[in-house]
Design a protein around this ligand. Sequence first.
Ligand SMILES: [Zn+2]
Length: 288
Amino acid sequence: MRIFDPHIHMTSRTTDDYEAMFSAGVRALVEPAFWLGQPRTSVASFTDYFDSLIGWERFRAAQFGIRHHCTIALNPKEANDPRCREVLDVLPRYLAKDGVVAVGEVGYDSMTPEEDEVFTRQLALAIAHELPALVHTPHRDKLAGTRRTLDVVKESGIDPGHVLVDHLNEPTVGVVHESGCWMGFSIYPDTKMDEQRMVAILREYGTERMIVNSAADWGRSDPLKTYKTGLAMLDAGFTEADVDKVLWRNPVEFYGQSDRLVLDELPGFTPSADTFAGNSVLRGGGNT
Ligand SMILES: [Zn+2]
């Protein structure tokens, strides 16, 4: 199984995670810029973080045979803090850089007027830089928030094929399917969406424009949820080609619209014997 994880926050993960991901078949990923938990008080905290995404974390991933890309944006939560507004002015500098494959995560958190303004401005930046946009949907009032998100996307004039609407579930998938945008699903250990529900959605809607991620971060999450969704698909009768489409070809097609994906094998990388040993998830699995 080859896997492209299109949404995972590696900054908050360990080297054991990188090794387990490589063993499971993860060869490339996208790390979206996000809220770090601790509120940031100035634009300099953002630029240091953006620099670490395009520099240090890419280097760290490469040590484990994984190609690292990122998306850059002012996230919806911090859009509400006036001290962070200046971040919008430094974004063009980052959106021009190698390895930055989309504007994101943008969208709504609490659906405030500040979030409206920041979301709209960042969609305009995506259009200006000819980049796709990764759009986060709010956790509360999810269906209303998703509808409003799609209205803003439509008004912006961005091609819906350049938009990935993420963190979807059963109530919200239908409207995004109709919109022509790509549909993203974050598979979590105990909230939002699990492997079995994901398989049911793929049965109902098919595999076109469908993207699955682990969204692993600082909270309770699992960087192998992409792999486990692949196994659940195979158990449910989907073919290896279906799994490859959802876990590799779809995210590659979506983020490939940036013309900045690098997917060839890392030169000189040979996994250590340890990489394939001692991982309880993979022991006896053999589906890599
Ligand atoms: Zn995220």
